[in-house]
Design a binder for this molecule. Sequence first.
Ligand code: FES
Length: 112
Amino acid sequence: MESAQTVERRFACDDGELAPGESMTVPPGGGAKIAVAVYRNDEGTYFATADTCTHEDWSLGEDSDLEGNEVVCPLHMARFDIRTGVALCFPATVALATFEVVVDDGKVYVLG
Ligand code: FES
């Protein structure tokens, strides 16, 4: 017998609340154990990664610089691709986990 797997939807914000080039943090809650950073790139597309920089303990959703599809951690200037989570330069060498984002009825959700 197959078991149905449910993917949790975490509310992030209303669509448009986050301006292009901005980011925010969605705290853990429900079944989700880690905080997620939600970004909106210059084209208005949303992406989401784990909130904590993989180099040290820094919230990318709360304080980072978004340059196109790259997020720059201001603590030691590591860069990550927000589409894939890949670490693009030292001192970070480990990718950020990524999450799917959906916009439904004017609301932005992170899946998982
Ligand atoms: S904590 Fe992000 S680069 Fe060091």
